[in-house]
Design a protein around this ligand. Structure first.
Ligand SMILES: [Zn+2]
Length: 293
């Protein structure tokens, strides 16, 4: 495709306004309508999360952007990838690329839990003892670096243009902020919303210390992928959820430096807490696909 014919990506300022705006609105709403009782000093925790996020952001800027941006431009010029096979009009190609990026992120998220090496890094995100919009920014820089080959493969195989990439990145960031937010939505509205997208109660269950619950709700933007794979779990009441990773319940393990060092620890218990029972819970009354309060 000629440069003239290439569709422009979302301007950086627009993505920035949407992401920063969403973050600001969520932080205000979290104070007005909190969903779960927080257990930590929130100011210190938020600062720590944002500092971890700063390093992750720098690693994305240095290692991911210089690879993925040019790759998306090349893919568009050469018309590589699945979305270019069916002769669809441009808006349909972009939409399909965004949906397929979200679907393949489902598998990456699953892999970061199931592969012991990747889990070392993703665990730094899950070890947060509370859940709020700043948790959404708290990813270990190692996870960002390790995701570069996956992201490159996604762009190449799906055929993601710079426009589709920028829409997916912005939507994903806004949606990650939203579903980590400690925000109490009216439950009837959230039940309806969870049919389409991942919501705060739905993702809260993914951050539970109960392994069976963490092993559910892998989706990022659209919740349909969990329905498709039978991995959706909505029936856990939020006040019964303990957020975090069983092995790291002590705040001293979770300082800024210790969180960054977490993947490199020789002993990594994950779900095993020495001298403690495996976290579990009794039977829940609601069907698994009904969102509990
Ligand atoms: Zn996870």
């Amino acid at each position: 495709m000629s440069k003239k014919g290439a569709l422009r990506a979302l301007p950086a300022w627009l993505s920035g306004v949407l992401v920063v705006g969403a973050f600001g609105v969520l932080v205000v709403l979290e104070r007005r309508r909190p969903l779960r009782r927080q257990t930590q000093n929130q100011g210190r925790r938020d600062l720590r999360n944002l500092a971890i996020a700063g390093i992750a952001g720098a690693s994305v800027g240095l290692a991911q952007k210089p690879v993925i941006g040019p790759l998306a431009r090349l893919v568009e010029r050469r018309r590589w990838g699945l979305v270019n096979l069916a002769g669809l009009p441009e808006p349909a190609r972009t939409l399909l690329a965004v949906v397929l990026m979200d679907y393949t992120l489902y598998f990456w998220h699953w892999l970061t839990h199931k592969n012991p090496f990747l889990w070392r890094f993703h665990q730094a995100h899950h070890a947060d003892l509370d859940l709020s919009a700043t948790t959404a920014t708290r990813f270990h820089f190692g996870e960002m670096l390790l995701s570069v080959p996956w992201r490159a493969a996604q762009v190449l195989v799906i055929g993601v243009s710079p426009r589709a990439l920028s829409i997916w990145q912005t939507a994903t960031t806004v949606q990650i902020l939203f579903h980590h937010a400690n925000l109490r939505l009216p439950v009837r509205f959230e039940r309806w919303l969870a049919r389409i997208v991942v919501t705060p109660r739905m993702h809260g269950i993914h951050h539970s210390i109960v392994k069976r619950e963490t092993d559910s709700n892998w989706s990022t933007i659209f919740s349909v992928f969990d329905r498709l794979h039978g991995t959706m779990r909505l029936n856990v009441p939020q006040d019964q959820i303990t957020i975090g990773v069983p092995a790291y319940r002590d705040e001293r393990d979770l300082t800024f430096a210790n969180t960054l060092a977490l993947p490199f620890r020789r002993r990594l218990f994950g779900w095993i807490r020495p001298g403690q029972p495996f976290p579990d819970r009794g039977r829940l009354t609601l069907p698994v696909t009904t969102l509990a309060t």
